[in-house]
Design a protein around this ligand. Sequence first.
Ligand SMILES: [Zn+2]
Length: 407
Amino acid sequence: MNTKSEDWWLDRVSLEAAVVQRADGAYETQVDSSAVRIEGGVIVDVRRGERVPADGRRVFDAGGMLLMPAMRDTHIHLDKTFYGGPWRAPIPGRSWLAEEERLLPEMSEQIPVRSNAILDLLISRGTTEVAAHCNVDHIVGTRNVERLLDVLRSRADVDWTVIAYPQHGLRDGTVVPLLEQALGLGATVVGGIDPARIEGDVAKALDVTFGLAVEHGAGIDFHLHDGGSLGLYEISKILHFVEATGWQGKVALSNANALSGASPDTVRVLAERLAAARVSVGTTVGVSGPLLPFAALAEAGVDVRLGSDSIMDILTPFGPGDLVEQLWILAQRLGAYDEWGIAQTLHYGAGEAGRWRADRTRAWPAAGDQASFFLTPATCSAEAIARRTPRRHVFHRGVQVYAGKDL
Ligand SMILES: [Zn+2]
């Protein structure tokens, strides 16, 4: 029996307690071999340093493995991946947007197979929550949203949000009725794309997007690729609209590349406004390419999240579908080599469950937390990230959703 309502114990599971600094300067994570009880998909009891009581409930023996919070992928295009289909690499010299227009009908047909395959891969890597940017455009209309929603609604092993994403722009407003239709189908967030370079009229594009969101009570998530002063202007205008519409806490920026090249003073001012408006920033960290000013954003209290974005598709044949691997890259790009430095990257992939307090202790796991986590053979989260240790058992809302070898 393994259902959401089941009441069971996790025994001999290693829980991180604190990171301490030794006399020689090295950081060391203290862990407790513990027992954790799960009921109704929620953690209801955490007994640090104890074994399970003999109370007749089912026991899952973690064998000393580390408990890690499940990862959440806050930006992924599940409807456009080639994963799950034949191998193909981008054709050199092709405009990728034109290539996408050509291939969208075929890719759309493949959604039932490929989006399921990529979800299986993500879950096997410990991710059990996704925010899926799904194309709404003049080529497929709302077909991708319909097909993706069918897939997502058929699965109980992942939490999801669908963003109605106008990848090819609003096209003089002709895509707006399609976005409304997508919101009616089950998308809960309105997407947007470069209001200057793609839409050509920043104020008009933002007016339409915020108007739609407010009318439908939806969130907003903008893809912002423009760099330099143009990109910074777009971010500033979006913040103005957030403040004017009272949409604080409901807006996210994806990529926000302009922040990567901005001066420290500009970043500080914008970061304070982003934090005040509770606008989160999503990014993908690769081995090269722009890197957000993580330290400045963290200092201001901006919620920064990682996502896969494009993955094994027209844009890139790469993309591991593994947020722990992104943390591994992020730690290196931030120059985080000691145990405390690496551990502090965890929340970018796992959200609040992965956040360390200033005194180097963790609140997670605690009674009341959602029981979404994985077990991995590591002594601490820094090791799990630095060595990308295998995800042996993945649980979502108290139910085991993956076990065994890597896909
Ligand atoms: Zn994207």
